[in-house]
Every structure is written in structure tokens, then in C-alpha cells.
Write a protein that binds this ligand. Structure first.
Ligand SMILES: Cc1ncc(COP(=O)(O)O)c(C=O)c1O
Length: 449
């Protein structure tokens, strides 16, 4: 029996009524990728307020690697509810915070002493990572990347690359931020090597900022909002060795790519690098808000007592959920599942690429997989309108998925890793039908097939 069950027009009457209330009560700023209001969710499915059931390939933007309402996570939250709720770690500490920190120190790559702080969101993790790097190095500047996304607060928006909708109208930005191109092979000349990409950093030391002024370089090991771009395997090692030469810290933003998404705890492990600081969030909490900065102990200890933290940081319910989400990823073998999902997607998507020139590139790392859509395979003109049409077709036919990319032309897969093969195939069938609708005008010429 199919998982998707659509019983009303989409959006249904109850969703439409809620949307009218939402529009009256809530400004445009926090946007919605779909007009569907959720009533409940389980595993890899969401049921809306009109009784329609969808497959969820978005996972709340990469938060639900362990699945909606993972049983261990809900049980841990219920158990914690019986003990205490808010205390504030800065006032009366509790074991959950310590246990999560110990866990992350053990999971993060690198055979050296580590420490961890907990905060509430991805943006807060990045803010704190930069504060810590500046406190340790006593240097002001930060180098970030084109096509990066690090959040919506003043500092993280300043580090983010995409102008609309994230930056336009919100100037002035935080100062002492310098940007270099990311290793994005599909949008650079064929044959550009990892060395060529890494050379942009050396270049920046001449053109933009002296290396002795730079506290840190911050990179997503696989771009998230930027379109699931996977750099060449040697890239981060090269960057890190340049950083080491100049006493610059390497910060990995693993907020979207971490916690099993790519088939390992952290995507940077695929590249053989041990970051000085790692920012985590999203799937770390199994659906509860929690984030972390983990790093070398001597770096993490640079800021003085009271300089880091916040009222709700490392909330007891979120700590309980995080420990249970980590256990779920381990016990349910979700690393292997991530790799299997990546392979299954790639097989189908390569078939689509042969058929429709709309599919410009198929790429990914394990279950963090995507397709970049183009109007013309020679010019690689981004197919942004078509990408939007595909996402709309999908939710109207029972598949919730989201787009990405600086040019809004990437379909990304962030399906909960607990999805079954049958469910995943059912979702891919919807995506295929959507591509067929849009891709018919863009058939690959037989000579290229
Ligand atoms: C790579 C990356 N960094 C930072 C953030 C910001 O996280 P949050 O939305 O929790 O502030 C995100 C969110 O999508 C992200 O994907």
C-alpha cells in the first residue's frame, strides 16, 4: 500500500483556513515552502490537518535524520519531563548537559582533548565559534566562502553569501569578513583542481586581508543552502595546511551535514580533516532545538567565565533528546542507511540525467544528495523557475521536498534516514513524474543519450 494518501485538493480547506490566519497574524519574513499545515508526523511521513499523508524528503531542513518522533527521542523527553524542565546551566548545572558534551567530544574527529558548549540554534553555534576563535587567536578577521549559508543573525548573515533573500536590505554587515570562492566544480572551468581552488585562500592573503589578522576560516564541508556542493577530496586538507602555516583556525560548519547525513558523524571525516572547531545543530537534537561548538580544549577555554552561554542553552529536554538521537543513529545503523539512500538516489537520478538535459548535475555525499537543474547543458543556465515548479508539483502529489542553491536551481534530498526503500522509491516516483512534466521540453538529444 502506498504511503502517500491525498484525499483533498492541495492545500485542503483546513490548511487554507490556517493560511489565512497565518497571513493575518505573521509577517512575510518567515516564509513557508509549502501551504500545507501539519497535524502529525512519524518516521518519514507527515499528515496534514485535512488528513492527507505525505512523504517528507525535507526532514524539517535536515533536522530529522533519526526520523519524526523517533521512539528513543520521545521516550527520553517524557522521562526528562518527570525530573525537571528549565534550570539554566549558568545557575544550577545538571548532568544532561555534561553527558552531551562528553558524547560530542568523543564523536568529533581528532585524537586530542576536546570541550563542548551547548547553545540553541545553528546561527548561535556559528556566532560562538567565531567568538571563541577571536578570543583564542586575538585576531579579528574571518574568511568565509561564496555560496555559504551560516544563518540569519547579524554575524551569520554577514558570513552568508546569498543576497536575496538573506542579506538584501539588512546592511550594514559585521566587519572584518572576507570571502573567497568555494570549490564548486560544476560552476568552475572543467579540470579546476583542489590545488587551484585552495589557491584562492593564498590569493586572499595578498588581495584582501593579511594572514596574521585572520582568526579563522569557516567552511561547510558540503554546502547546504548553497546547493549540496561536494568539493574534491583533497580540498580541505590543503586549506587546513595553509591555515596551520599562518596560525589560522579551521571551523567546520556541520550544522546541515552532520549527524549521519553523509554516512558519518561529520562530513569533514570524508575529507580526512580534524577541524579546530566544529559547529553542530539540526539533527543533533532529533527534533529539539539544540546546537553545539566542539573544539580543541585549549581553544575552547580561551573565553573567560560568563562570556559564553545564554538562558536556555543546553535545555534539559534538548539534552535528553540529543543523547537519544545519537543513540538512534548508532543503534539503527543510520550511517549505512545514509550510504544506501545516496546510492539509490544516484542510480535513479543518473537515469533522469540521461533522459532530460534539465538534469545538469547529480551529486552528493551519502544521503546528502541533490540534482542541479539547468536550461541548457552547455551554458548551464540555472533552471530556477522549473525547480520551483517541480517542488510545487511534488507537494501537490504527496512529496514534500525543498530546493537549494545560490541560483535556486537545486533539488536537495534530506529525507529522514529511517525511510524504507519502498517509501523512498515512492517519493522518487513523484519526483520523476514532476521532472517528466517539466523536462519533456528538455529531452537530451539522441546523440548525447
Ligand atoms: C550550514 C548551516 N549553518 C547554519 C545554519 C543556521 O542554523 P539555524 O537555522 O539553526 O540558525 C544552517 C541552517 O540551515 C545551515 O544549514
Amino acid at each position: 500500500m502506498s504511503t502517500i494518501q491525498i484525499k483533498t485538493e492541495i492545500p485542503g480547506p483546513r490548511s487554507r483556513a490556517l493560511m489565512a490566519r497565518r497571513e493575518a497574524a505573521i509577517p512575510r519574513g518567515p516564509s513557508n515552502a509549502t501551504p500545507i499545515f501539519a497535524a502529525s508526523a512519524e518516521g518519514a511521513t507527515i499528515t496534514d490537518v485535512d488528513g492527507n499523508r505525505y512523504l517528507d524528503f525535507a526532514g524539517g531542513i535536515g533536522v530529522l535524520n533519526a526520523g519524526h518522533r523517533a521512539p528513543r527521542v520521545t521516550a527520553a523527553i517524557l522521562e526528562q519531563l518527570e525530573k525537571h524542565l528549565h534550570l539554566c546551566f549558568a545557575v544550577t548545572p545538571y548532568e544532561g548537559y555534561v553527558a552531551v558534551a562528553e558524547k560530542l567530544n568523543a564523536l568529533a574527529p581528532g585524537n586530542f582533548a576536546k570541550k563542548t558548549i551547548l547553545i540553541n540554534s545553528g546561527a548561535e553555534a556559528i556566532e560562538n565559534a567565531i567568538k571563541i576563535a577571536r578570543a583564542y587567536t586575538k585576531r579579528p578577521a574571518v574568511i568565509c566562502f561564496e555560496d555559504a549559508f551560516h544563518g540569519r543573525t547579524l554575524l551569520t548573515m554577514s558570513l552568508t553569501s546569498k543576497t536575496h533573500p538573506y542579506k538584501a536590505g539588512f546592511q550594514p554587515f559585521a566587519s572584518d569578513i572576507y570571502r573567497i570562492p568555494y570549490a564548486y566544480p560544476y560552476r568552475h572551468a572543467a579540470g579546476t583542481s583542489a590545488e587551484d581552488f585552495a589557491h584562492h585562500l593564498e590569493d586572499a592573503f595578498k588581495r584582501s586581508v593579511a594572514p596574521e589578522s585572520v582568526a579563522a576560516i569557516i567552511a561547510e564541508p558540503v554546502l547546504g543552502e548553497g546547493g549540496f556542493v561536494v568539493p574534491p577530496r583533497e580540498y580541505f586538507k590543503l586549506l587546513q595546511s595553509i591555515c596551520r602555516k599562518h596560525g589560522i583556525l579551521f571551523i567546520a560548519d556541520e550544522i546541515q551535514s552532520g549527524f549521519g547525513r553523509t554516512g558519518k558523524w561529520f562530513a569533514c571525516e570524508h575529507f580526512g580533516v580534524e577541524p579546530d572547531l566544529i559547529a553542530s545543530a539540526k539533527s543533533m537534537g532529533g527534533g529539539m532545538p539544540i546546537a553545539a561548538v566542539t573544539g580543541r580544549a585549549e581553544i575552547m577555554d580561551a573565553p573567560g567565565p560568563g562570556s559564553l552561554g545564554g538562558t536556555y542553552c543546553g535545555h534539559p529536554l534538548s539534552c535528553a533528546a540529543a543523547l537519544a538521537a545519537i543513540e538512534t543513529i548508532q543503534k539503527e545503523n543510520l550511517f549505512a542507511r545514509s550510504s544506501a539512500i545516496g546510492e539509490r538516489f544516484e542510480k535513479r537520478a543518473r537515469g533522469w540525467q540521461k533522459k532530460w538535459s534539465l538534469v545538469g548535475e547529480v551529486r552528493g555525499l551519502g544521503g546528502m544528495c541533490a540534482m542541479e537543474l539547468v536550461r541548457n547543458s552547455e551554458t548551464r543556465e540555472p533552471a530556477d523557475t522549473e525547480t520551483k515548479q517541480i517542488a510545487k508539483y511534488c507537494y501537490e502529489h504527496g512529496l514534500i521536498l525543498i530546493t537549494a542553491g545560490t541560483f535556486n536551481n537545486v533539488i536537495r534530498i534530506l529525507v529522514p534516514l529511517v525511510v524504507t526503500d519502498a517509501q523512498f522509491d515512492e517519493g522518487l516516483d513523484v519526483l520523476e513524474a514532476a521532472l517528466a512534466g517539466v523536462g519533456e521540453g528538455k529531452q537530451v538529444a539522441l546523440s548525447h543519450a
